[in-house]
Write a protein of this length. Structure first.
Length: 322
């Protein structure tokens, strides 16, 4: 899905600000140079006059090419003289031209109608900034997911928490690196403080850099905002239905912490089912065991979680206390 219109608008405003800044700085320096070097000011006026004469010549048909060639020869001579004067005065030959952040598109964001790479980079930066207002995205990467905090002592069921965490982290990393709109849905299951949110955000960290439109939120916050939107209380909302349903990747954190009422259940079902039908990947995390989810939600939700999501289990004690 393309980014929301507001993100494109922010990107264009950022590009316009860069361009305006480059032009303003160039104008200021140009004025300083012309005051310091009067001959450069004369040359600038001469070049402007030649440009005007060339444009006027195109209105006539007789001997146009010869006259244009003559004027361009004079123009080239003036440019060479200006370059010589600037260099002798210690200036770069292009000192009077704007120095754009992106010389390729001159901070316009497009080259021959195609989006410039700098524009794509700005869109990613803005998407990341939006997400960082909701979650510590920069702090949650695969590089700083430390499995040494997990116990290497087998549990009663024979599972070694550290080995399991390493396997889940590797699965999550590969999922992020290979993410596409054909990616499967993931369900992180485990007790509080076992790194589910960290891995979910680490996935998003990579996916955002690929240029996908992502959305992160807790089940409670998303349900609250979608309920408010439905009843027309849309002022100050962080989430809306279109965003949650249509983003390329939704990370739904802390499933089960939302208020347990009929509306929340219906909202969650709608989110899960709509995204499955649309083929849009979702990553969900929950502190609840699956048996507890079955008691909390009806089969419309749990059947979709078992049939359409790949479970990733984490075991052990809260690593935040380590």
């Amino acid at each position: 899905m393309p980014y929301p219109r507001e993100i494109y608008n922010k990107a264009m405003r950022r590009l316009e600000a860069r361009r305006d800044d480059a032009v303003m700085k160039a104008d200021i320096l140009k004025q300083e140079i012309m005051e310091e070097l009067p001959r450069v000011a004369e040359i600038q006026r001469g070049l402007a006059q030649i440009g005007l004469e060339i444009s006027q010549l195109f209105l006539y048909r007789d001997n146009t090419e010869e006259k244009v060639a003559e004027l361009r020869s004079r123009s080239n001579a003036l440019v060479e003289e200006r370059t010589s004067i600037l260099q002798k005065a210690g200036y770069d030959p292009d000192a009077m031209k704007p120095h754009y952040t992106c010389p390729a598109c001159e901070d316009k964001g497009f080259i021959d109608g195609r989006m410039c790479q700098c524009h794509k980079t700005i869109l990613k930066e803005i998407m990341r900034e939006e997400l960082e207002q909701l979650a510590p995205l920069e702090e949650c990467t695969f590089d700083n997911f430390d499995t040494r905090y997990y116990s290497s002592v087998p549990l009663d069921n024979g599972i070694v928490p550290r080995q399991k965490a390493e396997k889940v982290a590797d699965t999550a990393h590969r999922y992020a690196q290979n993410f596409s709109m054909d990616s499967k849905n993931l369900l992180f299951i485990g007790g509080a403080g076992l790194g589910k949110t960290h891995l979910s955000l680490a996935i998003m960290n990579v996916v955002v850099n690929k240029g996908y439109y992502c959305c992160y939120g807790t089940a409670q916050n998303i349900c609250d905002d979608l309920q408010s939107e439905q009843f027309g209380r849309d002022e100050g909302l962080v989430y809306n239905k279109k965003q949650v349903m249509e983003c390329d990747l939704l990370v739904l954190d802390d499933l089960g912490t939302e208020v347990n009422n009929q509306y929340s259940v219906a909202t969650l079902y709608n989110i899960i089912n709509t995204r499955i039908l649309a083929g849009r990947p979702t990553v969900i995390s929950t502190n609840f065991k699956f048996s507890a989810l079955e008691k909390r939600y009806d089969k419309r939700i749990t059947s979709r979680l078992t049939g359409e999501y790949v479970p990733q289990y984490l075991f052990g004690s809260d690593i935040r206390n380590m």
